[in-house]
Design a protein around this ligand. Structure first.
Ligand SMILES: Cc1ncc(C[n+]2csc(CCOP(=O)(O)OP(=O)(O)O)c2C)c(N)n1
Ligand SMILES: [Mg+2]
Length: 617
């Protein structure tokens, strides 16, 4: 008798039509969205879904490799920043999965951080059972209220299980479209345990959002608008592109470089825009703003046409909007978010729509017209400013200067490594002294400025980019905030390089206290603290963990540390009094920029204005 052999379900076998639990549906939607890593921490209200992830991975593992591993941090804040690092390094949506109550509230900071930096993320939170919502049940928190209050881009509380599947797909859609951002889905436990048919398709009707998006997405830069752009470009002598993080988010770096190259337009970038332009290009002036290069800020002062691309005139860039680019006869503004146009600075001409195609249209139009601007004098001026006002520091000091360490690091990484940071002086020195030849290499908490970002972001980035060298340049105070994640590095055997620029304190706070509070170091000096970072790293399994405290060892040790085959930790004892220069005080203009003892200042001689007390931090 013949036996009927039933085909084994293959990995690609569609689960469509199958009756399954809500938890299983969550996992199948994640798989269909291409999710290959989940960052999260378990707990009662998310247990059904954690179980579904386990079963999915067991069933679909190939050669022992799980298709959707769950990466477990020390704290949910770590998971949030890992997902953010993953998203920033890859351009894909980062996924977080946490339990209700404290699990969800521990994610508030990374969710807000991702919104402020336009990072696409989906955060799945377990919630107490629907019937218990609002009763102050065990581990209940009002997640939709907390996350909805300007924290997430959008929040869903799933109360009808039939809508779970479509809600998940819609969350991914909202996270990655338009101006990207974090979407939170709060899923009661009974919804995870509910059984129903998996449809395998379908989204929620969100007509308002989609309609707005379609209007924006269908905006193209037509011939007339291209003509206007080139008339303005022809009418100027000193054009300047001011590129923000939006250029990277839009995947428009290549298009922007093409525009800059084709018509020889110099580029300054914001902190978030670093890498949109190759910082080693002669047309790049590196970063502008509060701690930008002096020559970038002078170029902003001097330009007569400012072309803002995916940038938002943040107060760290335009402390006094009316005096920002005051000599620009015209300001042009390209953005995907209509609310950014005229928000801070009036634009004389603007375009709201997809950036890459708009810039491509400009390049094509300009080439067809044979446009050749007359910018030779401007280029000569910029080249001269770049050499006269170059970044510099105390090279003779016997103490290790942080800038020296970063210069040595940059010789090894050559603008190709992924670099994450905490927040403070080390962040600004890294922004100034590191090169970024590509987008998505520079991971920093820009808008929120969240200490503790660097280490977990590096972990997420290494999961996204196994091929890349990932370095966390951190501060002694910032790293303390998520120090538990050192163990996560070794648990997953990630070859991340963690370098602390240790100035025994909250250096950036001390810098402000020295400048604006007569040197009263209120609660910022940590020189009496007893932490031995090297021992801490060793305790967490780092086999390479060293302290670097002699200037003559810097080149050799930095090289050895970066080329170590595996997780490596370096505690660099730097000059605790080193300051970040240039500095434009809060609420001041570039005219008031302080450049310190080692960078010439073209406005030197004049009195430096003091910032208003109300402008501090
Ligand atoms: C979560 C959080 N708390 C407080 C601050 C305010 N703050 C900004 S920089 C800084 C000091 C950071 O010290 P460290 O990480 O050692 O960096 P350094 O400036 O010394 O390089 C503080 C407290 C912040 N940005 N984030
Ligand atoms: Mg410090």
């Amino acid at each position: 008798m013949e036996t009927q052999v039933r085909p084994k379900p293959s990995r690609s076998a569609s689960p469509t039509g199958r009756v399954m639990s809500g938890a299983d549906m969550i996992v199948h939607v994640l798989a269909s969205e291409g999710v290959d890593t989940i960052f999260g921490y378990s707990g009662g209200a998310i247990l059904p879904t954690y179980d579904a992830v386990f079963r999915y991975n067991a069933e679909h593992a190939r050669g022992g490799v799980e298709p959707m591993p769950l990466i477990v941090p020390a704290n949910e804040q770590g998971a949030g920043f890992m997902a953010s690092g993953y998203a920033r390094a890859s351009g894909r949506v980062g996924v977080v999965m946490v339990t209700s109550g404290p699990g969800a509230t521990n994610c508030v900071t990374p969710v807000r951080d991702s919104l402020a930096d336009s990072v696409p993320m989906v955060v799945i939170c377990g919630q107490v059972a629907t019937a218990a919502v609002g009763t102050d049940a065990f581990q209940e928190a009002p997640v939709s209220a907390v996350m909805g209050a300007g924290v997430a881009k959008h929040v869903f509380l799933v109360t009808e299980p039939e809508r779970l599947e479509a809600t998940l797909r819609t969350a991914f859609e909202i996270a990655r479209t338009g101006r990207p951002g974090p979407v939170v889905i709060d899923i009661p436990k009974d919804v995870q345990n509910w059984q129903g048919p998996f449809r395998g398709e379908g989204q929620l009707a969100i007509p308002g959002y989609r309609h707005r998006l379609e209007l924006i997405d269908s905006n193209a830069l037509g011939e007339d608008r291209c003509r206007e752009f080139f008339e303005m470009l022809a009418d100027c002598r000193q054009p300047l592109i001011y590129a923000g993080g939006g250029v990277i988010k839009a995947g428009a770096s290549e298009s922007m470089r093409a525009l800059s190259d084709a018509f020889r337009i110099p580029v300054v970038t914001t902190l978030m825009g670093l890498g949109s332009m190759d910082t080693t290009s002669p047309l790049s002036l590196h970063m502008l703003g509060m701690h930008g290069t002096a020559y970038a800020n002078y170029a902003v002062d001097d330009c007569d046409l400012l072309i803002a691309l995916g940038a938002r005139f943040d107060d760290r860039v335009a402390g006094v909007p009316a005096k920002f680019a005051a000599n620009a006869r015209r300001v042009l503004h390209f953005d995907i978010d209509p609310s950014e146009i005229h928000k801070v600075k009036r634009a004389d001409w603007s375009f709201v729509g997809p950036l890459g195609p708009a810039l491509d249209a400009l390049v094509a139009y300009g080439r067809r017209q044979g446009f050749a601007g007359d910018f030779a004098r401007w280029h000569a001026q910029i080249a001269s400013m770049k050499s006269t006002y170059a970044l510099d520091y105390d090279r003779e000091s016997t103490l290790i200067q942080p800038q020296y360490v970063l210069e040595e690091m940059n010789k090894v990484t050559r603008g190709e490594a992924i670099i994450s940071t905490g927040v403070g002086q080390h962040q600004m020195w890294a922004a100034q002294y590191c090169d970024f030849r590509e987008p998505n290499l520079w991971l920093t908490s820009g808008s929120m400025g969240t200490m503790g970002f660097g280490l977990p972001a590096a972990i997420g980035a290494q999961f996204a980019r196994r091929d890349k060298l990932v370095v966390d340049v951190d501060g002694d105070a910032s790293i303390r905030m998520n120090l538990g994640e050192l163990e996560t590095v070794t648990t997953y055997d990630l070859p991340i390089k963690v370098m602390i620029l240790n100035n025994f304190g909250d250096g950036m706070v001390m810098q402000w206290q020295r400048l604006f509070f007569k040197g009263r170091l209120s609660a910022s000096d940590k020189s009496l603290r007893k932490k031995d970072f090297v021992k801490a790293a060793q305790a967490d399994g780092f086999e390479y963990a060293r302290r670097l405290d002699r200037k003559q060892d810097v080149p050799r040790v930095v090289e050895e540390f970066l080329s170590y085959d595996g997780p490596a930790f370096l505690d660099v004892v730097i000059d605790p009094e080193a300051s970040v220069y240039p500095m434009v005080g809060p609420g001041l203009t570039y005219h008031d920029m302080i450049t310190g003892d080692f960078i010439p200042n073209r406005y030197a001689g004049g009195e430096h204005a003091e910032p208003e007390a109300s402008e501090m931090f």
